[in-house]
Design a protein around this ligand. Structure first.
Ligand code: KIV
Ligand code: NA
Length: 264
């Protein structure tokens, strides 16, 4: 199957074909998702919480994301690879955004994602002018968890909904090729999806977005996270624990390794 490029997401949107994005930070998950036909792999700053043990993505560094991006990029050829700009690597201005964006592209990213609305339009414009495709991210934006007073659905009242829709349009006009909507009411996600000419990608944003995204360890039941918006399509946490227990039992019972695992 052909390499996925940003225009394929636009084609899917126009054809009314929902597409899928999953986070990935390592070789084996990336290869499994490529074989499964997942169109977009996101090297998200969620790596800091899912892999590195932090309690917030504000702790994920540019260097963390650069290393994971390179790992994913070495491992697959077909999916579009998008990497997050880490907290603190673009807020100061366009030149900072470009420097870090260029670095992620050199590591293997084909687009970058950053959080925010009208306040980051100069950064989005600069990245696009530098030839780096930009994915926006609105609604609940985890790097602003402290300013937003925790994980909360955004855009619930009319004013907040209008502001979110305005931000979405501002990002589109600045040249973003797609937009993640996180934790917004499905009616608002539907309205934004109808207004925009670029694809929306929802997480906790209902069924009307053009694509969907999940953190892979949530999708596969490895994290144990049970948020309302998550469906666990596997139960890897239990499966991995079971395997480790059986391994330990086999070692303690001197049942593993057997002759078939041993060299003469
Ligand atoms: O870092 C991440 O995993 C994300 C997705 C949840 C959209 O930004
Ligand atoms: Na992220």
């Amino acid at each position: 199957p052909a390499k996925i490029r940003i225009r394929h997401l636009q084609d899917a949107m126009r054809a009314g074909r929902p597409f899928s994005m999953l986070t990935s930070y390592d070789q084996y998950s990336a290869q499994a998702f490529e074989r499964a036909g997942i169109e977009v792999l996101l090297v998200g700053d969620s790596a800091g919480t899912t892999v590195l043990g932090h309690d917030s993505t504000v702790h994920t560094t540019h260097e963390d994301i650069r290393v994971f991006t390179a790992a994913v990029a070495r491992s697959v050829t077909r999916p579009l690879i998008v990497a997050d700009l880490a907290f603190g690597t673009y807020q100061a201005g366009p030149s900072d955004a470009i420097r870090h964006g260029v670095d992620l592209v050199r590591a293997g990213a084909e687009a970058v994602k950053l959080e925010g609305g009208h306040e980051i339009v100069p950064q989005v414009t600069a990245l696009v002018q530098a030839g780096i495709p930009v994915m926006g991210h609105l609604g609940f934006t985890p790097q602003s968890v402290n300013a937003l007073s925790g994980h909360r659905v955004q855009g619930r009242d009319h004013q907040a909904a209008d502001r979110l829709a305005d931000d979405a349009l501002a990002l589109q006009e600045a040249g973003a090729f797609a937009l993640v909507l996180e934790l917004v009411p499905s009616s608002l996600a539907q309205r934004i999806t109808e207004v925009l000419s670029i694809p929306t990608i929802g997480i906790g944003a209902g069924p009307h977005c053009d694509g969907q995204v999940l953190v892979w360890q949530d999708m596969a039941g490895l994290s144990g996270f049970e948020g309302k918006f998550v469906r666990r399509f596997a139960h890897l946490r239990e499966e991995l624990e079971r395997a480790a227990r059986e391994y330990r039992g086999a070692v303690e019972g001197r049942e593993y390794p057997g002759p078939e695992h041993s060299f003469d």
